[in-house]
Design a binder for this molecule. Structure first.
Ligand code: DGY
Length: 319
């Protein structure tokens, strides 16, 4: 059997795959270009990919032997699940292991944006620190503020647990009620509009689906408080990025903390880069060494199971 792995992985993960298959690993630090990916999957029985690799109908058409796609991420919006299902290809992902690490980063973005840490550091480094003065770099309080969580899944729930440590009041929206969050962190389920109007911080934790693409646009940003902070560590396309830029530029909301973008890497001429009131991270939500190793191991195990025709431990529900 043959497997194509689209990026170098920690050695134990690759060894696990090598026990059952001949492994071809993309040697470069960036993702394989579409043509190279098509070429490399031609003889592959299994594909281990990242969220930067587009697995669509065109790619699958070049991979007649493929029986498993194992994604090293929880989000699978880069994979055409319906096309995989039509071909009998199973798809795996890595939920659970990155939940707390991603919530840590989302909370860090919330704090950095609220307390203007990016601006503060840039100012200090550029010699702009004059003296202590009453409203110098004054931001917003986090403790006792209201946090609105859009998408009370695993990561949203962990975000809420962190917020409780700051005695925040928690609102959430979700397609279904989350009794655990209501019991454990006293979260209250409200409509998106209520959440936007009442929250001091709005944090996005929903997957990118046709229903959530562009969920936060000009209309939703206009419903937020002018003092509010938006945090996005989910997927960039959940937010209309142009509308967000305009809302931040015109101070219709106070600040944002972003880890994800409509287009990644964020182009260096993106207008968001001209703003002081946004903290920008390069999609590092799950980037702790321990979590990335765990993700790689699960992705390897899913791949091996698929190659051997066994059920995947973390199989994505197919449409
Ligand atoms: C995921 O797993 O979907 C994350 O975005 C990776 O950090």
């Amino acid at each position: 059997m043959r497997a194509f792995v689209t990026r170098d992985l920690p050695a134990p993960a690759l060894d696990r795959i090598r026990n059952v298959a001949e492994v071809d690993v993309w040697p470069e630090p960036g993702p394989p270009p579409a043509a190279a990916l098509r070429e490399r999957v031609r003889d592959a029985d299994g594909l281990l990919c990242l969220l930067t690799d587009l697995v669509d109908e065109a790619l699958l058409a070049c991979a007649p032997r493929l029986r498993v796609v194992s994604q090293m991420a929880v989000g699978v919006d880069n994979i055409d699940l319906a096309a995989c299902a039509r071909r009998g290809i199973v798809v795996g992902n890595t939920p659970g292991v990155l939940t707390e690490t991603t919530a840590d980063l989302a909370f860090a973005l919330l704090m950095a944006a609220a307390r203007r840490l990016g601006e503060a550091e840039r100012l200090l480094r550029s010699g702009g620190w004059g003296s202590w003065s009453p409203l110098f770099l004054a931001g917003s309080d986090i403790h006792h503020a209201t946090l609105g969580i859009v998408g009370m899944g695993r990561i949203g729930f962990e975000m809420a647990r962190r917020a409780r440590g700051f005695e925040m009041r928690i609102l959430y929206t979700s397609p279904r009620p989350c009794p655990d969050a209501e019991r454990d962190v006293h979260a209250r389920r409200v409509t998106l509009n209520e959440l936007l109007q009442e929250s001091d911080f709005v944090s996005l934790h929903c997957p990118l689906t046709p229903a959530t693409r562009g969920l936060i646009g000009a209309h939703e940003l206009a419903a937020m408080k002018p003092t509010a902070v938006l945090v996005n560590a989910a997927r960039g396309a959940v937010v209309d990025q142009r509308a967000l830029f305009e809302a931040l530029r015109d101070r219709r909301i106070a600040a944002a903390g972003l880890d994800v973008y409509e287009s990644e890497p964020l182009p260096m001429d993106d207008p968001l880069l001209t703003l002081g009131n946004v903290v920008l991270a390069p999609h590092i939500g799950s980037a702790s060494v321990a979590t990335r190793i765990r993700m790689a191991m699960i992705a390897a195990d899913n791949l091996v199971a698929g190659l051997q025709g066994r059920p995947l431990q973390y199989a994505v529900a197919m449409p």
